[in-house]
Ligand binder design. Structure first.
Ligand code: SAH
Length: 378
């Protein structure tokens, strides 16, 4: 039902005097309604329409007077992005490529399994971290997303759900480094968590970070209780510096210390992500070293076999190498999950869809596979 409304909401162009409501719903609406002598309960009504009833337009908010709906539509926009591409896989995964008002593009994904409806959202246009295997950072960072642009991804993906489906999880694992844009991200996640927002509890929201120690500290100090996934990708400092250049001045020891501090404050089990690159970081010795590095932490290790990116020289390790890597980690008592990207359909790698689109590649509509769904053993 809701899927059809996308085309309707995609076309509203942004007039600069019109404010993006999703940037700060309570503050913007509160002031505006007060000036018009409207009660504060109207904020609750509008929130309910947006988050629970999935309204795509003020016009749908039928318990508001028609004149008020028209005034709201003049003063605010809900949608600043346009859907440039909407792809669906036969397993229910849907991916949106969104064009922003300044023509930048971002991606976001809806993943379905038997019970979960997980969305994966972006926080920046491009990425400045420069991880050598990642498509998102190949063209560097263009800019941070606004809170409104982050909330908009959530609502656009929610509009893809059928009436009996409900969003259950959020992973902040799309394009960009979330902890480099905390100012915009935290208010957006607050909207996700609020009972009068999307109502998704903090433990069902995961932020994935390249590992910025000061920002992890800020998250802990802010009392955040989101799950934190820290991208390690190497068991020693020298190799990490090569794979994650932004980490040049950041030691693994500092990252682990701040991750431990976050665990103590939030009570949330940590996840460590490790992209497995054939011949680079996938040897049995490196698995041993990773196990030593993580020691007795009660953490989950999320191993991600490399998802090929056009033009990059890395390879996905063989199934045998993946199994050996897993066995070694498990033999040291670590909980291991493999996030397996089936096939070599390269559009699944985050950032890849955008690159192809910008190059005008007609192969864009090729079926893609879920990028963030943990699989059974490889
Ligand atoms: N900036 C955040 C979010 C990145 S996306 C971070 O660094 O954690 C989430 C995960 O996917 C990260 O661990 C990232 O390193 C990984 N990833 C990116 N490109 C990949 C690729 N081509 N194959 C496998 N994993 C990839």
């Amino acid at each position: 039902m809701r899927g059809t409304s996308l085309s309707l909401v995609a076309c509203r162009s942004l007039n600069t005097s019109v404010q993006h409501l999703l940037n700060s719903i309570d503050a913007l609406l509160g002031d505006w309604l007060r000036e018009r002598g409207q009660g504060a309960y109207r904020v609750r009504q509008i929130r309910h329409w947006l988050f629970t009833r999935r309204a795509a337009d003020f016009g749908e908010m039928t318990d508001l007077a028609q004149s008020l709906r028209a005034e709201l539509a003049d003063a605010f926009t809900l949608w600043t992005t346009q859907v440039a591409r909407h792809t669906r896989a036969d397993d229910g995964t849907e991916k949106l490529l969104l064009t922003l008002t300044d023509a930048g593009q971002i991606e976001c994904v809806l993943l379905r399994d038997e019970v979960r409806r997980t969305i994966c959202i972006s926080t920046q246009v491009g990425c400045g971290m420069g991880c050598v295997f990642c498509a998102s950072g190949l063209d560097g960072l263009a800019r941070n997303l606004t809170t409104g642009e982050i909330v908009e991804q959530m609502l656009r993906l929610q509009l893809l759900l059928g009436p009996d489906e409900r969003l259950s999880h959020i992973v902040v694992m799309g394009m960009g480094e979330p902890l480099a844009n905390l100012d915009a991200l935290l208010p957006a996640l607050e909207e996700a968590g609020r009972d009068d927002g999307l109502g998704i509890s903090n433990r069902r929201i995961t932020i994935s970070t390249v590992g910025l120690p000061r920002a992890i500290r800020r998250l802990a100090d802010a009392g955040a209780r989101y799950r934190l996934a820290v991208s390690l990708h190497a068991p020693d400092e020298a190799l990490r510096r090569q794979i994650v250049p932004v980490g040049e001045k950041i030691s693994l020891a500092d990252i682990l210390a701040e991750a431990d501090h976050y665990f103590e404050h939030s009570g949330r089990q940590l996840t460590f992500e490790y992209v497995l690159l054939a011949g680079v970081n996938d040897s049995p010795q490196q698995a041993e070293a990773l196990a030593r590095l993580l020691g007795r932490r009660t953490a989950l290790v999320n191993v991600i076999p490399f998802n090929p990116v056009a033009g990059l020289p890395y390879r996905t390790p063989t199934t045998a190498a993946q199994q050996t890597f897993r066995r070694i980690l498990e033999s040291h008592g670590l909980s291991v999950r493999f996030r397996h990207r089936k096939g070599n359909t390269i559009d699944a790698a985050c950032g890849q869809l955008r690159r192809r689109s910008q190059k005008g590649d007609a192969a864009l509509f090729r079926l893609f596979r879920p990028a963030f769904r943990p699989s059974a053993r490889p």
